[in-house]
Every structure is written in structure tokens, then in C-alpha cells.
Write a protein that binds this ligand. Structure first.
Ligand code: NAD
Ligand code: GLY
Length: 372
């Protein structure tokens, strides 16, 4: 990964290079009104915007206006809002509309919203008629820097997060930074967790930059947001371009997620935000890395300080009397587990991550040390 980081000023899209499945990620202010990104839309007789009750009233009209010149029919499906709705019955509402409107296999689905809408729309697109094209229009920081890019799509199962899904790449990603203005502060912080993640796993110069620009990011200064979204997408593009289906390298993007998913599932989906759980999970993963010799205590403290300054919780919630046991039980359904054996994304050094085994006893110590 790059050894230095500077805010990019150019407006060219970042590209995901995956041969015939390559696509551009447009990043900028006012893109919902700008013509350029929309020239990349696939041709079809119909487009279906999938959004939710919070985002549709804010941005669906603007998007419909862009699509109407392009598609003879534009339909909109409005889903309930929240991680707890990332499930089969919500997914079926998308299929109901697609079938009621006689949508064919060229129909383009357009995900307008955060990661929940993006993941569920992507999975609907992967499955409807064995696969239709889709476009991501992410409206949260988290979705712009992570979930809209790379083609992981999923819904949750009561026994595990994102357990039912498919790899299905979008045709286009449009990150309109103006949409971040209406994002609640807590959601911005949750997105910052995924921004911060890219430093320890891939680019410590970017980590330095985030530390120096955190106030500007929290204040939503457009150049700061543009720089952060672009660098995150560049790093993710480099990783996904080398390992689309997570046979190895891509797992580093899940730094903090094994612990974080246990927090989300253990508390009940929607209680803590995904980014909050990941932020706290990164403190646990960094602490595990320290115990394994990859980073020192000063680095764990530095990461913890930055997460706290970004408005994120840094102490894990207690999930049961036998707290560490409950975390381990929940973590065993992690997709990185191999034959029931858990594997963790740990830091080999600041800026470099890898997938490793760790003894349960050590992980229990880490959980005990990192929970309230
Ligand atoms: P989210 O989709 O629930 O959105 C957060 C909240 O913000 C919601 O209430 C939403 O309605 C609201 N919102 C969205 N855009 C808004 C805007 N512009 N203004 C005002 N409100 C707005 O959560 P998220 O953090 O975007 O995404 C989390 C989800 O993403 C999780 O389900 C997680 O598993 C998934 N995820 C997937 C990947 C992937 O690679 N596919 C990566 C990371 C996370
Ligand atoms: N968010 C992890 C990944 O896309 O692989």
C-alpha cells in the first residue's frame, strides 16, 4: 500500500479493476444533480430505486429526475429503516415489486441509502432472475467508504450477521458527498470507524492524516470528506482487485469485525450501530495483536484515542455473566472460521494486517480486558 498520503483534488473516478466486472466509483459534491456519473448506467426498460423511509424523502426525487431521462419506467421501493430489517421479509418486498412490475432480467436496481439498503439491494440483484445489474448510491459515510464497494451483498440471519448473501459487483458507485450533510452525528462517527480501519491495516500515512484532520472530518468539511472517501475507496479497490472473493487478502478489511459482529448479534441488531461495534472490535483486535507481538501498547492507546475522539465507544458491552464465553460462542459463526476454528484479523505491524489463529484462553483475556 502507499507509503504517503495527500488529499487528492482530481475528480476522476476511482476504479475497481475486475476484468469484465470493472466499474467506476464517482466521488464528489452534487453528483445527484451532475450528468457525468449517470452516463455509466446500464441500459434497460426499467430501473427500480430501493431506499428506505428515512432516505427516500430526502433524495429519491432527485434520483428519479436523473433516471427518468434514461429509463422508460422508474419504480421506487421504500423499505423500513434499520439493521433489524436486513432480513428475508424485507428482501421479499423488493422481489414483490420486481414481479408485480413485470421487471425483466435487464432491470437495473439502484440502492439509495446506507449499508443496509446497499447490502439488501445487492443481494436482491444477485438473486432476482439469477442476477440483474445494480448501482450503489451510498448516502452514509460508512457506505461510501466501505459497503457500497466490492460486491459483498447479504442479509442477516437470527443466528449470524450477513450469513445469507452473495458476491455480486455493482455496475457503478456514485458517492454524492452532499448527502452526508443530513447524516446524524452518531452515524457519521460510525462511518469514521471504517475510515480509521484503513490506517492500521494498510496505510499509516493515511492514519496520520486522519489524526490531523479529525476535527475537519467531524465538522464535515467537504475537502476532508472527499479526501477520506477517496483514499478509503482506493485502498479497498486495491484489495478487492487482488482478492475479490476473500480467499485471503480481503479478510484484512474485516479488522475488528469478528469481535464487532459478536457485539451486534449479542446485543440484538440495531442496538449498537455497525460502525460502533467495529470501532470497539478494533480495540479488541489491536489488543490481541499486541499480545501476539505485532504492535506495542502505545499503538493500541493511539488507536483507542482516535476512536474515542471520533465519538465512538471503546469499551465492549458485557453480553452475559460468562462474558468472554458468550463472545466466543457468537464469534464461532464468523465466516472466517475454518472447520469451527476461529481466525482473527490481527496487525503484524502498524499498517499491515493478516489472518491468524489465537488460543481461546488468550482471546478470553483480551475480551475481559476490553469490556466494561
Ligand atoms: P444504515 O444503512 O443503517 O444507515 C444508517 C442510518 O442512517 C439509517 O437510519 C439510514 O436510514 C440513515 N441514513 C442513511 N443515509 C442518510 C442520509 N444521507 N441522511 C440522513 N440519514 C441517513 O447503516 P450503515 O452504517 O450505512 O451501514 C451498515 C450496514 O452495512 C451493516 O448492515 C453492515 O453489515 C453493512 N456493511 C456491509 C459491507 C459490505 O462490504 N457489503 C461493509 C461494511 C458494512
Ligand atoms: N467490508 C469488508 C469487505 O468488503 O470485504
Amino acid at each position: 500500500m502507499a507509503a504517503t498520503f495527500a488529499v487528492a483534488t482530481q475528480a476522476e473516478p476511482v476504479r475497481i479493476e475486475l476484468a469484465e466486472r470493472s466499474y467506476p466509483i464517482f466521488i464528489g459534491a452534487g453528483l445527484l444533480r451532475a450528468p457525468e456519473p449517470w452516463a455509466w448506467l446500464p441500459q434497460a426498460a426499467a430501473a427500480v430505486i430501493v431506499s428506505n423511509v428515512t432516505v427516500a424523502p430526502l433524495y429519491a426525487q432527485r434520483l428519479q429526475a436523473r433516471l427518468r431521462g434514461r429509463y422508460p419506467a422508474v419504480h421506487t421501493v421504500v423499505l423500513p429503516d434499520g439493521e433489524q430489517h436486513k432480513n428475508w421479509s424485507t428482501l421479499n418486498r423488493i422481489f414483490d415489486t420486481l414481479l408485480q412490475q413485470h421487471c425483466d432480467r435487464k432491470t437495473v436496481l439502484i440502492a439509495l441509502g446506507g449499508g443496509v439498503v446497499g447490502d439488501i439491494t445487492g443481494f436482491a440483484a444477485a438473486s432476482y432472475m439469477r442476477g440483474v445489474p445494480y448501482v450503489q448510491v451510498p448516502t452514509t459515510l460508512l457506505a461510501q467508504v466501505d459497503s457500497s464497494v466490492g460486491g459483498k451483498t447479504a442479509i442477516n440471519h437470527p443466528l449470524g450477521k450477513n450469513m445469507i448473501g452473495a458476491f455480486h459487483q455493482p455496475r457503478l458507485v456514485v458517492c454524492d458527498l452532499d448527502t452526508l450533510r443530513s447524516l446524524p452525528a452518531r452515524e457519521l462517527s460510525a462511518g469514521l470507524a471504517e475510515v480509521i480501519k484503513y490506517g492500521p491495516i494498510a496505510d499509516m500515512a493515511f492514519f496520520d492524516w486522519i489524526e490531523a484532520n479529525l476535527d475537519a472530518l467531524v465538522a464535515r468539511v467537504p475537502t476532508a470528506l472527499a479526501g477520506a472517501v477517496r483514499r478509503c475507496c482506493e485502498i479497498k479497490a486495491a484489495v478487492v482487485g487482488r482478492d475479490e472473493r476473500e480467499s485471503g487478502l480481503r479478510a484484512i478489511l474485516n479488522f475488528g469485525h469478528t469481535f464487532g459482529h459478536a457485539i451486534e448479534a449479542g446485543l440484538g441488531y440495531g442496538e449498537w450501530l455497525h460502525g460502533e461495534a467495529v470501532g470497539c472490535g478494533m480495540v479488541m483486535a489491536a489488543t490481541l495483536s499486541q499480545r501476539l507481538g505485532g504492535v506495542d501498547a502505545a499503538f493500541v492507546q493511539r488507536l483507542t484515542r482516535l476512536l474515542r475522539a471520533a465519538g465512538l465507544p471503546v469499551k465492549g458491552p458485557r453480553l452475559a455473566d460468562n462474558n468472554a464465553g458468550r463472545y466466543l460462542e457468537l464469534m464461532r459463526v464468523d465466516k472466517k472460521a475454518d472447520g469451527g476454528k476461529l481466525r482473527y484479523v490481527v496487525l503484524e505491524q502498524p499498517g499491515r494486517a493478516a489472518l491468524r489463529d489465537a488460543p481461546d484462553a488468550l482471546v478470553r483475556e483480551v475480551i475481559d480486558a476490553c469490556c466494561a
